[in-house]
Structure formats: C-alpha cells, structure tokens
Design a protein around this ligand. Sequence first.
Ligand SMILES: *Cc1c(COP(=O)(O)O)cnc(C)c1O
Length: 394
Amino acid sequence: MADFDGLSAALSDRKKNHLYRQRCELQSAQGAVVQVDNQELINFCSNDYLGLANHPEIISAFKNATDEFGVGSGSSHLVCGHSQYHHQLEQALAEYTGRNRAVIFSTGYMANLGVINALLGKSDFIFEDKLNHASLLDAGLLSGARFQRFLHNDIDDLERKLAKAEGGRKLIVVDSVFSMDGDIAPLVELSQLATRYDAMLMADDAHGFGVLGESGAGSAEHLQLGQQQLPIIMGTLGKAVGSFGAFVAGSEALIETLIQFSRPYIYTTAIPPAVAAASLASIKIIAQDGQRRLHLQQLIKHFKEQAKCLKLPLMASTTAIQPLLVGDSEKALAISKILKEKGFWVVAIRPPTVPMNTARLRITLTAAHSMKQVDALLHALADAIAGIVVEVKA
Ligand SMILES: *Cc1c(COP(=O)(O)O)cnc(C)c1O
C-alpha cells in the first residue's frame, strides 16, 4: 500500500499548512439565509448573484419541461440529445449577448477546455493573466500551445510578450471579472492590443454575465464591446443565472468550429433539457428585471463605503465579489470560524486557489441580501478581525 502512504503524507501536509478543505452540508435551498450543518447562517459566499437559484418561475419552467421531456437528455448533442430547449437557449443567448451564434456546454470548466483546445495546438501561443481561473490555466496547458502568463491586468507586460511571439495563432484569455479578486479586466485595451498583434481575444464572463451591463448581458455590454472587439465570450449559467451549464458566444465560424472539433462538447452527454428550460426562463427574467442589478449595486456601494470607515482590508473591486485580504491562511480560517459562530457564512479562500500569503475572505453580495444583513456582516467582520489581531498579539 505504498501509494496510499504517499497520499496520507500529502493530506497531512495540507492540514498542517492550514490548507485542508472541508465541505459543509447544506440543508436548504440557496438563498440569503441557509441551513448549514444544523445552523442557520446568512450566506455571503454563493455566486447566486441575483438570488435566482430558487426562484418560483424558474422552478416551474424546470418542472414543466421535466413533465414534457423527462430528466435525462439521453445522449450527446451530436447524436440525439440536442432538444428544442437546448436550441432555444442557444438562440436566446446569442441574441442577448449580441453575437451571431452561441453553443451550450455542460459546465464552464468544459467550455474553457473546449474552446482553447479547439482553437490552439502545439505551434500556437496562449497569453493568460496570472490570476485567471484554474479552468483557463488547465485548458492552456492541455492545448500544448506555448504558454505565456502575464502580470495581472498588466497591458505592458502582455505587449512585451506578444511582440516576441512569432508564427502560429495567438489567443489572449482573461477572466472578465476575476473570480477571487472581483476586479474587472481592461478588456478595451486588451481588445486594441489583440487587433494590433493579430491575436484572438477571449473573456471568461462567469462573474459578469447577468450582473454587468445595462441589461445584464455581461462585460461586453458593460464595456460596449461588439463581436469584432471581443470575438469569444464564455459565460456560465450556474452563477447569476441560478441554473447550471455554460455557453460560448461568437461568430458563426467560431461556433461551428466548436461543434465540429471541441472534444468536451462532442464527447459528453447534453445537460438535461429541463436545465436548459430553467436557464431560458432565468435569462428572460434577468433581461427584463433591472431591479435586482440595481439593488445589488446599492449593496456593493454601501459595503465598500462602510468597510472603508471600519478600516477593513478591502481589495480593488467594484463588483459583487468583495474579498477582504488576510494573508495568512490560519488567520483567515480563524476569522471565518468566528463569523460562522456569529451566524455568517464566509469561506476563507486559501492557496492554491489564490497565490501564497494572500488568503482572503471571499465575500459575495447578492440581490437577495437586505441592507440590514450587509450591515450586520460589516459589524461582525470588524469584531472578528479585531478579535484575531488581539489573539495573535497576546
Ligand atoms: C465558476 C467558474 C468557471 C467554471 O464554471 P462551471 O460552470 O462552474 O464549471 C469558469 N471560469 C470562472 C472564472 C469561474 O468562476
């Protein structure tokens, strides 16, 4: 059993370094208040930014589609699993994002693998922001393309790297809203650079889609980037949309290339048709109901102002992701534990999800929260952080 001894050593190492992960058991639906491990908590760590994961109209769209189409899709899209709900969802997503066409993937992770590997091979180049999501980094490695990571949001560093790349296709990829930092990528400048160096540009809009832009269509709408300027958008349906799955939107040629050549698209079972129907219902609500986005913006503004007054270690984010930088993993865990005792669920995000010595409390605000709940969190945070500092000094 030599192999398993090796595994135990890695596991105890992880524990020793305060990097061990533990899953909590959720005993209720997603929402501002949830039941976890037999305790009621105000939830400040979900990506359900618009509070739609448990919305009655979306639930009934799901139920109705299940009555009609059953549960399983039966097959991959290219065999016999591509239902009318999948198709309608693709058309709605293309229209909503202002792109020629869209295609659904089962998850965002697979969409990222799928796009990058369909577009790039060994003789090509990929340029990724250092803080890109793990799925984008994995996709770049898997593609075998020459891999260049540039400093976070650093246009000059990227330009130096682009200038040196010769021969082969070039693809620049970024999170449009960085998942653990909450800041927005400089997509306008990236787009200009992409044009200048004849590179393709892709944005992972997992945390922008549904939230950013006048009608919630995401980062491209927020920054007014058309298909020409931002040719590849990947969006997910399990965050602000409150459902499950992902999509890629862009030109006819891009989408047809994915359908023909993207292995994570081709060789997997289509998501259940009812999940597509639920996403479709959700997108209709998102596009029409600006109230949720407005309320969320008010919460973000209030949180930032008050956190500043309380001298909390805010990061440079203007989005629903409002992390507080702690640094030390053990300390971040301790603060998260105190918050849980006070009735707030805020997970400590630690390496390797974030760089060494940048453990943080990843607070996410959603349209389901009330101003009162945000105020209560702010006071609990101030107390918990002060408490930890005292403990360390003592
Ligand atoms: C969540 C996330 C993904 C993965 O999407 P899933 O649908 O959960 O697989 C990809 N990119 C970013 C930036 C994410 O935050």
